[in-house]
Design a protein around this ligand. Structure first.
Ligand code: ADP
Ligand code: MG
Length: 701
């Protein structure tokens, strides 16, 4: 008897096709929507709940609120209002009064709803005069619910594009889930050794989130599930880290011994630079020498975050020198930058700071002539070039390193993960150092960049005066300021959100700004710079701006990663409201690079959003700004548009940092000390939740 009952019960791992009411077609659609198992369906959580536990007589309803009615259908008809709009009107009644229900375009209801039958009708009621109208209500035949009302809060599921493609509406999902919950066997749904353990709590929380008993228990369940999700995500993160480095380890946060670089510099390093350098050196060293643990550590996989101008490049240079001269003499370093000008600038600075190694440094770019390429390749292949700078050409060209041991990627957000991987593949499991000027809040560095160790330089070299930031309402208002800067021999950037006039948005384009400059500043030399130009053109323009042959550079955000031009002292940003704060901060980092006082003018034609811009005017702290961005605009802005899956609740700024840190520890325990059965179960759930994409999750392409 007990046995028979059991076999008819649903288990979490059952395929969706085993559910009653799910035929081959529906199950295929569900599979397409990412649901293989019953558990996958239960992982769609409601976003809110409605109280449908009480019915209200029609005579007692009030204007503007939701009510559950138990009413009989009197009549139903539809009429054609205008093209594309059919209105369906149905009159319902109970013995206290009548109410009209209205739907739009749902003509099938005229066939589905039958006069003289009783229905549950739930929706928002409006009173207009003596008429009561309930708009777009949910209806359910009373017969079909065995006359039973909900005895718990009713979960409301969000509409989901993938599910609606499978013709599963939020209402259908609710019914599907209710059916599962009525018949599920929680006890036997977990593998044997997980049963009755703390893991059972996860399943209780799943049930609770769909059928909350009380507000308090609902809140608890939400926390449990946020933790569960985060553990799964961190398992993915740790596995990705393992994939990248070949080792399963937890990012280390202990402070390494401080490192003093032997090479003379024209200035003192900041404490932030010293700490970052010590962390890098310690990673490099631990990959070669046995530490206290008696084990060689995996190659470095580190992200250095620091505001524009905080001196990341120099830290990278010093670590390259340590690596190729002291730690593992003869091993090569590759330093990749997103533009040729930037790569050339890095090479020039390297040779200026360290003339004793100038002849060991070399550059690889796409623009080199065949003969030059041959020479360069030769120097790299024989190992005479130790410090190889370059652009994408570093991994695109047919270059063979003698022994590539250390890859540095500048402005990492400009490169996709495949680019990174292609470069790393030129060595055998080389050390990886990424530099980023977009400071990211800790919650994100634990998730999106969670597979990396991070160093933070949150300090500027002394003597920099912050870029003074103001807000103006029109371009015209900035003209006297532009004139003043130009008269002093300085240069100006004007940044616009569009390249050319757009029909969709009335933002200022580069073209339009150029017209205005011609009108209002007729004798000024300027050029435009946009992503629509070839890279050769772009490089040429940036170079001539740097050489002071141009007074004004009118550009899109391509200048975000630009040349170091200390003579540029004014940046004007049109339609500043349409950019993220972090991006504006990064843009204004193009000025204020010399000793002259610099300023940034944000043009906002919009009163409300200038509140947001005021934050920018009030602080120079990139971390504060990125936190603000995360709250206001979500994580997409901070990690670049190529990234996908950022809508996942795992990245919400509302998730406490502590929860993420604990989840990471738990994830590591699960992967290392929990029994294999537990590990496998979590692994399966992780792959179900994040798909195989966890390998490249968040990294874009
Ligand atoms: P970013 O972090 O934006 O890449 P850079 O490495 O380009 O910053 O440094 C900006 C400028 O500051 C460079 O001209 C660099 O030489 C200079 N710089 C770096 N470190 C220091 C320091 N400790 N003191 C003074 N100037 C420094
Ligand atoms: Mg830099």
């Amino acid at each position: 008897m007990a046995r028979a009952a059991k076999t008819s019960k649903i288990l979490l791992d059952d395929p969706v096709s085993s559910l009653s009411g799910v035929g081959p077609k529906k199950s295929e659609a569900l599979n397409k929507a990412g649901c293989q198992s019953v558990f996958d369906i239960l992982r769609f959580y409601p976003t809110r709940y409605q109280d449908r536990r009480k019915t209200t007589p029609v005579s007692m309803v009030e204007n503007g609120r939701m009510f559950l009615l138990r009413v009989k259908l009197e009549s139903i008809k539809s009429y054609f209002a205008r093209r594309g709009l059919t209105v369906i009107n149905a009159v319902f009644s109970d013995n206290s009064g009548k109410i009209t229900a209205k739907w739009f375009n749902r003509t099938y209801l005229t066939k589905q709803l039958l006069p003289n039958f009783e229905y549950w009708v739930f929706g928002n009621v409006t009173k207009s005069g003596s008429q009561l109208i309930v708009s777009n209500p949910e209806v359910e035949k009373i017969e079909e619910t065995n006359g039973q009302r909900a005895d718990v809060l009713t979960p409301i599921y969000p509409s989901n594009a993938r599910l609606s493609e499978a013709h599963i509406s939020p209402l259908a999902l609710r019914k599907l889930i209710a059916g599962i919950l009525d018949n599920i066997d929680w006890e036997n749904s977990l593998p044997g050794s997980l049963r009755g353990s703390a893991f059972q709590k996860i399943l209780l929380a799943i049930e609770e989130i769909h059928r909350p008993k009380s507000d308090e228990s609902l809140q608890k369940a939400k926390y449990t599930l946020a933790f569960f999700d985060q553990v799964l995500f961190q398992i993915g993160v740790l596995k990705r880290r393992e994939l990248l480095t070949g080792f399963l380890t937890l990012p280390d946060s202990t402070k390494p011994p401080s490192f003093k670089s032997p090479y003379p510099l024209p200035f003192k390093l900041t404490n932030g630079q010293l700490d970052a350098l010590s962390e890098i050196v310690s990673d490099l060293k631990n990959n070669v020498e046995e530490g206290e643990s008696g084990k060689i550590q995996p190659p470095m996989n580190r992200l250095v975050q620091g505001d524009v101008g905080s001196g990341k490049t120099l830290v990278a240079f010093l670590s390259m020198l340590y690596f190729s001269n002291e730690l593992t003499p003869g091993y090569q370093c590759a330093f990749m930058a997103p533009t040729e000008i930037l790569a050339r600038q890095h090479l020039a600075n390297f040779q200026k700071f360290f003339p004793q190694f100038a002849d060991k440094a070399i550059i690889v770019t796409g623009s080199q002539k065949a003969s030059e390429k041959r020479l360069v390749n030769d120097l790299i292949a024989t190992g005479s070039a130790l410090f190889v700078f370059g652009t994408h050409a570093l991994f695109q060209e047919k270059i063979t390193f003698k022994e590539l041991g250390f890859c540095i990627i500048d402005e990492q957000q400009r490169f996709g993960v495949n680019h990174r991987r292609l470069l790393f593949n030129k060595g055998s499991n080389p050390n990886q150092l990424l530099l980023s000027a977009t400071p990211i809040p800790r919650t994100l560095s634990l998730t999106i960049f969670g597979d990396m160790d991070t160093s933070i330089i949150n300090e500027m070299p002394p003597g920099r005066s912050p870029v003074e930031t103001t807000i103006e309402k029109s371009f015209k208002a900035t003209i006297p300021i532009i004139k003043k800067e130009l008269e002093a021999g300085h240069q100006v950037y004007i940044v616009c959100p569009l390249i050319e006039l757009s029909e969709e948005r009335d933002w200022v384009s580069v073209e339009e700004a150029a017209d205005r400059v011609e009108d209002l500043l007729p004798d000024v030399s300027y050029a435009t710079l946009t992503g629509a130009q070839t890279w050769e053109e772009k490089e040429m323009i940036m170079q001539s701006f740097k050489d002071r042959n141009l007074q004004i550079l009118i550009a899109t955000t391509v200048v975000e990663v630009g040349v170091d031009n200390p003579n540029a002292t004014l940046m004007i940003i049109e339609n500043a409201d349409c950019f993220g704060l972090s991006q504006l901060h990064q843009l204004r980092g193009r000025v204020g690079r010399g000793s002259a006082k610099s300023s940034c003018i944000l043009i906002s034609h919009n009163d409300e959003s200038s509140e947001r811009l005021k934050v920018l005017a009030s602080t120079n702290d990139g971390f504060e700004l990125s936190m603000e961005d995360l709250k206001l605009r979500g994580p997409g802005d901070l990690v670049g548009t190529r990234q996908s899956g950022l809508g996942h609740p795992c990245f919400s700024h509302r998730i406490p940092q502590k929860l993420i840190e604990n989840a990471r520890k738990r994830a590591f325990e699960i992967l290392t000390i929990e029994p294999i059965e537990v590990r496998n179960w979590f692994n399966t759930q992780m792959i179900h939740s994040f798909g195989e994409s966890y390998k490249t999750f968040m990294e874009g392409g």
